[in-house]
Write a new protein. Sequence first.
Length: 147
Amino acid sequence: MNSQKKPLIILMADDDEDDRLLASEALVESRVLNDLHFVENGVELLEYLRGDHKYADRTAHPLPGLILLDLNMPKMDGREALAELKKDPVLKRIPVVILTTSKAEEDMLRGYDQGAASYITKPVTFDVLVELMRTLGRYWVEFVELP
């Protein structure tokens, strides 16, 4: 384990307030050093990543090392947002983990085809969500080399 690693900045795009709150609590409970930021739809995700509008301050809204992306959101869903961000030469390098309630094989295949690093169905219980956040945090902080 490399103790010199910095906390991983995670950006979660999810329109469900309960899911955002649970993810935040699960991350705290998992005791992995990560910094979690939220947006509520694909439009906000792209604005955040591009540093547009209210996200212009990179100190308050740093570029993430990992994106957790829900597929079913208003304004611009996760499928459209993923396609857009993978067109950007800088943003396409940020790993995207699709974290969604959709179990549709079509969504899974399309997500991988569009460059998602992983596809995970949202856990049903808080304990499983805590374990997922712990595992994701450890994997992306301790094992993966990010640019």
